[in-house]
Design a protein around this ligand. Sequence first.
Ligand code: PLP
Length: 422
Amino acid sequence: MNTLALFGGTPALTQPLTPYRSTGKEEEEAVIRTMRSGTLSGFFGSWGEEFHGGPEVRAFEKAWAHRFTCKHAITVNSNTSGLIAAMGAIGTSPGDEIIVPPFSMSATVMAPLIYGGIPVFVDLEPETFCLDPDKVRAAITPKTRAILAVNMFGHPAALHELRSLADEKGIYLIEDAAQSPLAMENGRYAGTIGHIGIFSLNYHKHIHTGEGGVCCTNDDDLAKRLCAIRNHGENVVEPMGIRDITNMVGFNFRLTELQAAIGIEQLKKIDALVDAREAIAHRLSEATHNLPGLAPPVVRAGCRHVHYVWMARYNATQTGVPRKDVIAALNAEGVPAYEGYLEPLYMLPVFQRRHAIGRDGWPFTLSDRAYAPGLCPIAERLQHNEIIAFAVCSYQLNLSEQDSVIAGFEKVFTNLNALRNR
Ligand SMILES: Cc1ncc(COP(=O)(O)O)c(C=O)c1O
């Protein structure tokens, strides 16, 4: 029983884990009802009743603003669109610097480039995988327009500290809250502490509408600009009373009525879904925190972590077993853990070759910022040596599956000798 599956023993898990599914009968009925209404999108790209979308979109936005206690919730068709809209709304101009973390999904650091913004990578706090506020302070220059913080893997960045810093310097704090619905810092929701916070509703997330996103803000002017960028704003700046027309070049970032109808039902379930995820992650952390060389995710005091991914840190120097061997043993036990997250984003060809928009390397031609390997040593160390990830977002994990995953971790980490001696 105790022989590692890697060496011919019986695996801890004999069945694949149940895939995560947050939708059900309620969403199905909402879709049918909306289909039957005949209105699949309620938007019109010029000024009038329909500029702000149809009844489902408006009801979803109202419900979202209420649940997340923010003044304005503006739906968009993805978090990526929301990030672009946010960069536009804050007036990002060619050559402006936007401070970003090296860990995120690539969309975060691409959004500034659309307006000629220059991503400036700042290293992480090793415990939370989020921007280190001291390093952010040191990176601010007269060209800095915004800090774009990501609430990574469901843990809030140091949001209050970053917001105070942004206010002190007269710049913006934008939150990428794609992975962090209902995460909190000091009693406030992640995604509502920055000037704008953007959630994702893509199908990997805690709740989803297939694709989609929501921008939250408490600022009336930013809300107006976000709405304009979402829906061909060039047509409506006059009736909307927008005098500064910087970046009022609109897109079609509109959510459909069908997606919004699903979103309304998903929002009713969000507490139960996030609570369940938190409980699973907590159980996994409790069961693994004494295993040699393994440090489960940290939850900073005053924070709620919503665990998009359960990210542990592994110390191979302490155990003498390379991370890749531990992962091979976990996978053989049927535990779908993996090494690292993504290469730090400055390693993407767009930065390494300084080639983004157009043929001539714009906007990098406006800046002498370099993106050499070694730029963010903590992120590189986490990625290359330390992170052991378990994507809790992908699985439903009933109690018996949780037991088996825990048994898999325990089996591997109590048999490190077998891996060491092979
Ligand atoms: C941190 C982060 N930012 C941005 C995105 C992009 O979200 P979307 O697919 O809704 O555009 C994701 C999606 O996985 C994400 O995790």
